[in-house]
Design a binder for this molecule. Sequence first.
Ligand code: NAD
Length: 434
Amino acid sequence: MKIAIVGTGYVGLVTGVCLSEIGHQVTCIDVDEAKVDKMRAGVSPIYEPGLDELMQKNIEAGRLFFTTSHQEGFQDAEAIYIAVGTPPREDGTANLSYVEEVAKSIAAHIDSYTVVVTKSTVPVGTNYRIKEMISAGVEGRALFDIVSNPEFLREGTAVQDAFQGDRIVIGSDNPKAAQVVEEINKPFGIPVYHTDISSAEMIKYASNAFLATKISFINEISALCEKLGANVEDVAAGMGMDKRIGSQFLRAGIGYGGSCFPKDTKALVQIAGNVEHEFDLLKSVIQVNNKQQQLLVDKAKARFGSLEDKTVALLGLAFKPQTDDMRESASIVVSQQLVQEGARIQAFDPIQPEMAAQLLPPEVALCQTLKDALTNADCVFIITDWPEFKKMDIPMASQLMKSPVFFDGRNCFSLEYAVSQGIEYHSIGRESVG
Ligand code: NAD
């Protein structure tokens, strides 16, 4: 099938590449010319394991194209996917201006029956608004249908998720259009769940809000564990063995980040507010997460008295391992707090995200190697549980540092291991050792 994808971020590019891999003729469209030039040359503008290889393979096979022109991309497309960003506004509501721009462009350019598929995460009711906008602009020139097809990929394993996801949700009020999207996805062999449009939109927000709730729940338990002398790792493992609970997203730490959970939880609170429903549970989830991001600095202040002129090796900038995405990463908040406390920061991330210089305070020294970050540090802050940090040569780190004091926001080491390595180790939801 001939498909156009608008927006080549984490969602659009992965979707486009994977749809070409299963045999479709895909044109990816982005307004960012530099990105499009890079992609045409077979280079992914984002770090996502396995993506470059698949991109190159499908460009060579003549199934994957890139353009900055909506008109060119929409030419003869049977389906157009909207995959542009829906970032949060100041008040937490989703900014739909990019989605609306695309809707107007679709209306201006289509001239035969097209299925418009919304991949972007949009508040309940938005697909109807998109439908109205296209109807108003297309002026009867062409027929079209709208399908809500929310995305559930996880950055870092996005390619794998495209082929092995748990479900594909197709929300539509038109069985023919829903069938087109089902056909497109058939080769993935993933279970399809059909709903109406509003329910599909809600499934996405409800899923992210639920996962964020699990994280904040275990973080609250971790605070109790610290006070009551329990070990949150054991508690989570014991809870997770219960199939009704499940072990995933029960990892205590310095809170969730990234481009989805913070934005989608805030947006759902707003969506609820619009229909006069106070989503108290979700408000608490957000509050707990904000509190959690303060934890490492509080622990370091309690340990050192003052952080003035202390050098902190900040390890991990991305919001989780295997991605270069720093949007709403704890590293940003933690470095702002450290700068405020007068600390010096030597930061390192194995991927060295391009966004780092623009998102972190200017005082942060970005290091090229782990060793550079550790040299002469008074303490380490682990922000992202990259395998590189979990496997760190601790005797080497201890030698490079002024004192081997670790504040671990991701519980990378067992307490026994920390003791055996002779470090002072402060983690989340467990007693401090060393
Ligand atoms: P992103 O910010 O990485 O990418 C958006 C892209 O759209 C950018 O490259 C931008 O240049 C392009 N763009 C903006 N306006 C355009 C236009 N008019 N025409 C063409 N291109 C345009 O966004 P993302 O992280 O891929 O997220 C996209 C959507 O998917 C969001 O709604 C997000 O909530 C949702 N989502 C994201 C993830 C994730 O893990 N990132 C997972 C599931 C759902």
